[in-house]
Design a protein. Sequence first.
Length: 191
Amino acid sequence: MTALHTVVLRDVVETDRQRLLDWRNGPEVAAFMYSDHQISPAEHDGWFGGMVGDGRRRYWVIEVDGQPVGLANLADIDRRNRRCAWAYYLASPSVRGLGVGSYIEFWVIEYVFKTLGFDKLWCEVLLSNDSVWKLHERYGFQREALFRHHVIKDGAPADVVGLGLLAEDWPAKRDQMVQRLTDKGYALPFT
C-alpha cells in the first residue's frame, strides 16, 4: 500500500519562530495547554531562545506532505534516570483524523526507547482531552496518576492524567501499532 501522507519530524529552526507563536496562541491549540493566556512575543522569544543548548528538552516541527502542521517535543530529559516526558499538538485542523497523531506517537516512542535507550516515557494530559489520553493508552501507556485540580482552565480547576510507558512494556504493543499504521498507509520509521 502506498503511504497516504508523508509525515516528517524535523528540528525547529529560526523561521519557525512566528509560526509557533501563532499556533500556540490559536484557540485550537491553547484549549489543550496548561495556560490560557495569550503568549506575548517577548515571552515566546524567551522560550524560543531558551531551546538552544538546553539538553533537557528537544522540539520538532511536524510536517505532513511538506507542510508544517504541528509540534512535538521531549521535556525533562533525564539521562541519568533514562526517562523523559513528551507532548505534541496538531495546529492544522486539516490533518486531524488522518492518523498523524498515531504516527507521531509511534515515532516518539521508538526514538525514546531505541535511539535514546531510555526506560520510561511519560506525559500529562488534561482529563477533558480524552481523545489524546485514550490514544496514549492504546499505545500501552498506563495511567499512573490523576492530578486533581492541577491547572486552571477557563477560570476553573481542571484535572490532569499522568501516563507512563516503560521500554519493557512497549514490545507487547509494538506489532499491533505497526499493523494499525501500516493499515492506514504509513511507511514506518525505525523499522
